[in-house]
Design a protein around this ligand. Structure first.
Ligand code: HAX
Length: 425
């Protein structure tokens, strides 16, 4: 039975040949034109990147290997990693091999936690997460292989070792950050007998007598595992790796992007928004009260966190999957009820406001209240959880891009002065 690495080794020549042929035969075909508004507008809608792990469809949401994520939501995150890399789900034996490999790599080197402990105690967990990843990068196989003059076609092999090390250690690191940062006691050692998500739930140390928290974690980490290559974290990751910086630098860059309130930090901001509503009304408000609160929020010039998306034009299926979980596991939780009520009120409010292209909830609108329900109360850890999930797809993207030897990213920039002159103004 072949390991994932052996499968990828077998696929590598076909993947390269496929790209070589399409560039040779259709390389001059035009994929997109760029307007001035798009150049100033964050390149929204410009088809300029290739991503072979997943696509985001405006109405169907995340599609992996041709299947909507809702069809894959009962799979384990590590199965999704295998799928994103190899293009097919693992057999039971292949999954077991991958899990064993991850288990062997999961412990952190002894000198990583002191690095975190040396940081100011009030640092945001995302800052600590990025610092921890950079510190782990000292052991990069890719950086060593490159320095030793490895041939270009082989770059992906030591990079894949880094990717597996990262995939194995990110949950350990994230959980250790939680325990250190919030005074929960010493970090808990990885338990090789658990799957990736249940292992993370275990290392957080939150009591889980029924196993429902681990169940949530599997769903949570699976449905947010990838989202194409166009968003800030994927872009940052890809750009950094394209200069052949090792995967630790690339993932640290992605984490820095996730830390923005318009991206991964939205999950923390949603909790602030929802808790503010509960405080104002002493519980779950009526629709009218919620509408007035959200209107006030908008009028203060703030975005409503957890709503809108640059690509989606319908309710995010990841929201639906997580919301369904909440409906069956915590329908009476007041914070969940506020989220539930908000999804009925806010889209119309955003439509009336008229600016947002998509008034519907995204995954961040509900993910935090579920974590909160099961005892993960520190909202600043929520972005770490989102980023942990997303690292699955980003790590897979790093592998596939290195197999096809994606070149250094280097679009051309132009000054406003030059634009004005070119446009005859
Ligand atoms: N609340 C208020 N206004 C919103 C809005 C929202 N939820 N969503 C969009 N808008 C506004 C934008 O701020 C923009 O206003 P201006 O013209 O005044 O600048 C206008 O509507 C047009 O924006 P858009 O084209 O619909 O959306 P963008 O592609 O520019 O931005 C965002 C997409 C996700 C950043 C945006 O919808 C937003 O800020 N949402 C709230 C934050 C959030 O939930 N982010 C998480 C997204 C999912 C994710 O990446 N998770 O990691």
């Amino acid at each position: 039975m072949a390991s994932l690495k052996q499968i990828l080794r077998k696929q590598a020549p076909q993947r390269r040949e496929r790209v070589r042929r399409i560039v040779e035969e259709r390389g001059q075909d035009v994929l997109a034109q760029i307007s001035v508004a798009q150049a100033y507008g964050g390149l929204r809608g410009v088809r300029a990147l290739v991503c072979d792990t997943s696509e985001v469809d405006p109405t169907r949401g995340l599609i992996v290997a041709g299947r909507p994520i809702t069809e894959l939501s009962d799979r384990l995150p590590e199965e999704l990693f295998f799928l994103l890399c190899a293009g097919r789900l693992p057999t039971t034996a292949e999954l077991h091999t991958l899990q064993q490999d991850l288990g062997r790599r999961a412990a952190l080197p002894d000198d990583i936690l002191p690095v975190l402990a040396a940081w100011p105690t009030e640092s945001h967990p995302m800052r600590l997460f990025a610092v921890g990843v950079l510190a782990l990068g000292r052991d990069s196989h890719f950086a060593r292989g490159y320095a030793e003059g490895l041939p270009k076609d082989d770059y992906w092999e030591p990079l894949f070792e880094d990717v597996l090390d990262l995939l194995a250690r990110l949950p350990t690191l994230a959980a250790a950050i939680y325990r250190l940062r919030f005074g929960k006691g010493s970090p808990i050692e990885p338990d090789r007998g658990r799957d990736w998500a249940a292992g993370f739930a275990h290392m957080l140390g939150i009591p889980d007598p029924t196993g429902a928290f681990a169940e949530l974690m599997r769903l949570y980490l699976t449905v947010q595992c990838d989202h194409g290559a166009g968003d800030v974290s994927a872009n940052a990751c890809h750009a950094v790796a394209s200069a052949l910086a090792d995967p630790y630098y690339a993932i640290a860059a992605a984490l820095a992007g996730q830390a923005g309130p318009l991206h991964g930090l939205a999950s923390q901001e949603v909790m602030r928004f929802v808790c503010g509503i509960r405080e104002r009304f002493g519980g779950v408000p009526k629709d009218e009260q919620l509408r007035a609160y959200a209107k006030e929020w908008l009028e203060a010039g703030r975005v409503i966190p957890g709503y809108g998306h640059a690509v989606l034009r319908a309710t995010d299926p990841r929201f639906t999957a997580l919301h369904d979980f909440g409906r069956s596991h915590c329908p009476d939780d007041p914070l969940f009820q506020i989220v539930d009520r908000a999804r009925g009120v806010i889209p119309q409010l955003l439509r009336d406001d008229g600016r947002a292209s998509n008034p519907y909830p995204n995954a961040d609108a509900v993910s935090g209240v579920l974590l909160h329900h099961f005892g993960l109360r520190e909202a600043s850890l929520y972005t770490v959880c989102v980023a942990l999930s997303r690292s699955i797809g980003l790590l897979a993207q790093l592998v596939l891009n290195r197999i096809i030897a994606t070149p250094i990213l280097r679009p051309t920039s132009v000054s406003t002065e030059r634009l004005e002159s070119d446009l005859g103004r």
